[in-house]
Design a binder for this molecule. Sequence first.
Ligand code: UDP
Length: 240
Amino acid sequence: MRTDVLGVAFDNVTIDEAVDRALALLEEEGPHLVVTPNPEIVQRAEKDPEFAGILAQADLVLPDGVGVIYAAKILGRPLRARVPGIDFASALMVRAAGLGKRLYLLGAAPGVAEQAAVNLRAACPGLVVCGAHDGYFKEDGPVIENIRAAQADIVFVCLGAPKQEKWIAANGEAAGARLYVGLGGSLDVFAGRVERAPEGFQRLGLEWLYRLMKEPSRAGRMAKLPLFLVSAAGARLRGK
Ligand code: UDP
């Protein structure tokens, strides 16, 4: 049973359980999709039925961001844990490395995925990064062919939402991997281009505040968060 938060149904899992499930999905023929919606993505899905349909069909829907956790609490159906996409990806890589699984990195500006590959190989001994491609391509065909030729098991698709989820839904089967994870700006972090918030901020669920301090231009996007919580309160009052 999934937990509905304003139209998106989340898996009520801890990060370890999420990784266990992802590894189980790797044992089955693909393509499988893992998504990590934050409040902005939930709000986007409300206005985009195609995107909402893809999220509903995903194999794992992980609550990325404290806003989803607060909203679930307000709705009276709390989720057990916040599972930030980047933490899930990091834990998955460690386990996948031990199993010899092959990881492909897709997205971000030219050079970023390659740099992320170098850093991840160094940080995660045994990890096979079998290929990388930037996220500013015009034609899907060569990218699909590249992933297929690399014999990727897992692909981190980092094109921003909803582009990445729609790309996976359209091309995941042709590219031949078993597990696709939509991870937004994570390659910029893995490549060392964007800093993650210090641990204290992460622990307090204030990563968004740190990001806002670093990139004030995100204020417009983040101002939607209080509205998201108000929608949750409204839905609760209407008995949804
Ligand atoms: N991006 C991309 N191709 C595009 C548009 C965006 O590869 O056509 C990349 C962009 O360079 C960035 C990521 O997608 O690395 C989106 O980052 P953002 O922080 O906006 O995503 P979020 O995590 O908020 O979904």
